[in-house]
Design a binder for this molecule. Structure first.
Ligand SMILES: [Zn+2]
Length: 277
C-alpha cells in the first residue's frame, strides 16, 4: 500500500506536470472509485472545467485545490495508481476514472483492487477537509515538534508498531515505514509507547524524520507484489535501501543476525532481535 513517501512523490510530480491545467473532460467507468458520490455525474460535473490550483497532502491522501472552492481528494488504497499519459495512448485495464487536461494529457486513476477512491469535498476555512478530520498530524507536513511527539507517546499504552500505523495518531505511516523507522531507532515493534524514556522518544522522532525524508528522496518503495508507480509510471528505488522490511531470514545490515518476521493481528513486523530492544 502506498504510504507517505509514495504519495508525496506523486504530489511533487503533479506539482511539476499538472498544476495550473484545467480539467477538460471526466470519464468515470468504475463507480466504486467514486463511491462517496451516490450519483457519479455530480462528481464529474464538479470537476469539469475546473483548474488545479495546488496539490497538498495529508498522510496518504492527496488534496487538489480547485478554483471554485472545492477540493478533489484522492486515496490510492491498496493498489491505486495515478498515471499521466498521452490522450492517444489506450488506457490500461482498471482505469476507473480518467481526467482530460487542457495541456493535452490524460490523468488515469488505475486501481485493480478498488480500495482506493476519489471524491470532491469543500475544505473548511482552516483548509482541512471534513472527511479527513479524524487524521492525526502528518509527520512531514504539519508542525510536529519533538516534545509534543514525546508527550503523545508517554500517554499511550499501545505497542509502538500499531501506534505508528494508526492514522489517528500519525497520518501517513504504514507497514513498510513503521518497520524501517523502528529499526533505525533500535526499538522493538512491541514496546509499549509509554515505556519509552524521553531520550528514546527523541531517537524515534529523529529516525522517523530521517527515514521518511530518505524514502522521499528515493521516490518511494515499489515492491515485487505491489503496484506503486510514480505519475510517469516509473517505480521507486527505496526498496533497495530497506533494512528489515520484507527481508525475513536475510542478515541484519548492522549485526548480521537473521531478520525476523513476526505476525500479529493480520499484519507482520520485520525486525532484528539483536539491534532492537
Ligand atoms: Zn541487527
Amino acid at each position: 500500500m502506498p504510504e507517505l513517501p509514495e504519495v508525496e512523490t506523486i504530489r511533487r510530480d503533479l506539482r511539476e506536470a499538472v498544476v495550473g491545467q484545467r480539467i477538460t473532460a471526466v470519464a468515470v467507468s468504475g463507480l466504486r472509485s467514486v463511491r462517496r458520490h451516490p450519483d457519479h455525474r455530480v462528481f464529474a460535473s464538479g470537476l469539469e472545467g475546473r483548474t488545479l490550483l495546488e496539490v497538498g497532502r495529508k498522510g496518504k491522501y492527496l488534496l487538489w485545490r480547485l478554483d471554485g472552492g472545492q477540493a478533489l481528494v484522492i486515496h490510492l488504497g491498496m493498489s491505486g495508481q495515478l498515471l499521466l499519459a498521452e490522450e492517444a495512448t489506450p488506457p490500461p485495464p482498471h482505469a476507473h476514472v480518467r481526467l482530460g487536461l487542457s495541456g493535452g494529457g490524460e490523468l488515469r486513476f488505475v486501481d485493480p483492487r478498488t480500495f482506493g477512491q476519489l471524491f470532491l469535498s469543500r475544505p473548511r476555512s482552516s483548509g482541512t477537509v471534513p472527511e479527513l478530520a479524524h487524521l492525526g498530524p502528518d509527520p512531514m507536513e504539519d508542525r510536529l515538534e519533538e516534545d509534543r511527539f514525546a508527550s503523545a507517546l508517554s500517554r499511550r499504552r499501545t505497542m509502538l508498531k500499531p501506534l505508528l500505523v494508526d492514522q489517528r495518531f500519525l497520518a501517513g505511516i504504514g507497514n513498510i515505514y513503521s518497520d524501517e523507522i523502528l529499526f533505525a531507532a533500535g526499538l522493538r515493534w512491541d514496546r509499549r509507547a509509554a515505556s519509552l524514556s524521553r531520550e528514546e522518544a527523541g531517537t524515534l522522532y529523529r529516525a522517523m524524520g530521517r527515514t521518511l525524508a530518505a524514502a522521499i528522496r528515493a521516490r518511494g518503495s515499489s515492491l515485487a507484489d505491489a503496484q506503486y508507480r510514480d505519475l510517469f509510471g516509473a517505480p521507486g528505488r527505496y526498496q533497495l535501501q530497506h533494512r528489515v522490511y520484507g527481508r525475513e531470514g536475510l542478515p541484519c545490515p548492522r549485526c548480521q543476525a537473521p531478520v525476523v518476521r513476526q505476525r500479529w493481528g493480520g499484519r507482520s513486523s520485520f525486525w532484528c532481535r539483536v539491534c532492537q530492544s
